[in-house]
Design a protein around this ligand. Sequence first.
Ligand code: ADP
Ligand code: MG
Length: 689
Amino acid sequence: MASRNCAQRLRLADPISALPGVGEKRAEALAALGLQTVGDLLFHLPRAYEDRRHVTAISDLREGESVTILAEVVKSKVVRLRRRLSLAEVTLKDDTGTLRAVWFGQDYLARVFKPGAHAFFTGAVGKWNGPALRNPDYELLSGDEDDLLNTGRIVPVYRLTEGVSQRMLRRLVRTALDMMTEPLVETLPEAIRERHGLPTANDAMRVVHFPDEIDTARAARNRFAFEELLGIQVSVLSARARRLQEHKKNLHTIEGPLLAALRKNLPFALTKTQQRSIDDILSDMASTRPMVRLLQGDVGCGKTVVALHAIASATDGGYQTAIMAPTEILAEQHAITMRDFLSPLGIEIAVLTGSTEGARSVRERIASGGTQVVVGTHALIQGTTQFHKLGLAIIDEQHRFGVMQRSTLAEKGLEPDILQMTATPIPRTLAITVYGGMDISVIDELPPGRTPVKTRKIPPAKVDGMYDYIRKQAAKGLQTYIVCPLVEESSARAAKAVTKHFDELVIGPLEDLRVGLMHGRLAPREKDAVMHLFKRGELDVLISTSVIEVGIDCPNATTMIIEDASQFGLTQLHQLRGRVGRGSEASHCFLLGKAKTDDGRKRVEIMCTTTNGFEIAEADLELRGPGEFQGVRQAGMGDLRVADLVRDARMLDAARREAEELLKTDPQLKKKEHAALARAAEQFTEVNA
Ligand code: ADP
Ligand code: MG
């Protein structure tokens, strides 16, 4: 960078180190907040504001109150308390009285506050040889009121990280604002701005950090949130529009003989929403446009059965299907279902995972077209597998991979129709944002005859009774899962913890039962063996880490016990619970352990009050915040810079509507007034491209 002087012009794209006072160390600390450029800093909007305009007279101070005072420095000194602990003590006065202010471990402040200086101080009134402000925030007055950053005004409160203080950020933001001579690009078309009463980008930036009124700051912040949401919506909706213009190579036949045979053989009636989803999918497949559809539905609602219809239809037209699952266990589970339903129709199914023996010959059958349906892990598509004629890709539990990019497939010369399935209900706002360009089908009912799982917290005193209950269930031929927490399900620690629990239970309360052990450290073949024993009813209890989260469909299992339940995430708890309640017997979920955090306690409570996956997803979004919610980051969109998918739900709907309208009148965003918006939209990864 050029020399640092205040006349220097700064651009948004300049590195943050271009700001005076930002050296290597600070730049590093700021990077931890995601702030690398001047633009990042300016768009690191305050998370709150504090009104420090109201000045209290020293004589009116009461202990415990948080106040702002305006005072003159009488004297300052450093007080040594003991070795390595000292404080700066400053005596202050105003027209009504005197008061001390003390800062622990910040001796230099004794030199900062020179007798006769005037300053604002904001902090809590505590005690230090009489009433005193302890570690107050301050602002020395230079005579120019506009210079106030930290007190005596409405001050911004930022999200921080180690090595970055409010004072530092306020100073840097102020400097950046002063040095920015280049106006911000206005991406919001005027008509939209006016319709929603939003200030221009430059007006908003002027007030969003250091406002005179909190309302103005809110309006400014909302403008940036709206801009962000509109950019995303324009991006996802135009990707969708482009896809709908494409013509695909694979034209599927529908209503062929295999589909008819599958329908005829189904041992149950489809639910209404299963039927509707099948109609959606088949009409996508029959159309000349590529399908990118998300099939969303709670565990056990029958998504796999819906997928079978798509597969039968693809096979009818001579196309192959690839089904990708996140784990080997789940892939094998799918293979079993596929074989149950599709083998009788003469469809050849193969499994291809990391542990498949004779993978070479399996690949050959796929390449020659002999195999019509391949079930595997993600490696199936990433690896060297050659397809004869891939017409359909089904991706299960895609939230674990992020959104499947069509471009990844296209690079391999593959352009199948894509069906993604997820059992993790996606909150509406997230679905619109991350999956906004996809078509979505939702199954929101369970097949008839299921009894909802009853969920209860089990206090320590009732644990023995719970084991009695398990033994009684076992006597009736009903099975139990016991899941132990530990985030890293395949770590050595997890294996050890679950093994220890197993050892204790099999010589204790579960002594006379047949108990299996499962964790991510077992070899795939061992896992398989345990799973099969459990599925065949040759085990009464399966003690496991959360590897059983997905992938097991065992209607005979009616009890799910989750140890230290508060340690799991909400959606994971819900997924685990979904492993029971799959048959006609009443099922129970027992949650054990004392919550260590407030959120942990809330998660357990929510589990006890609802079994509705969508309600749980919304609650999860609220507890965790959108940044941490699975999906946004994996989808490659990074974190939303300003908008908040919980607080700004209404704004999101408005942005979506505006994006739709806008693309109706100007589909390519060719108009001059849309040029800046078009460029902004490009920044958002086109997850559906
Ligand atoms: P998901 O994949 O959504 O978790 P599955 O497709 O595996 O659900 O279905 C769960 C269980 O319910 C399976 O045993 C399946 O055969 C059964 N099933 C699916 N649809 C129905 C239905 N309409 N009526 C009765 N049982 C069904
Ligand atoms: Mg499933």
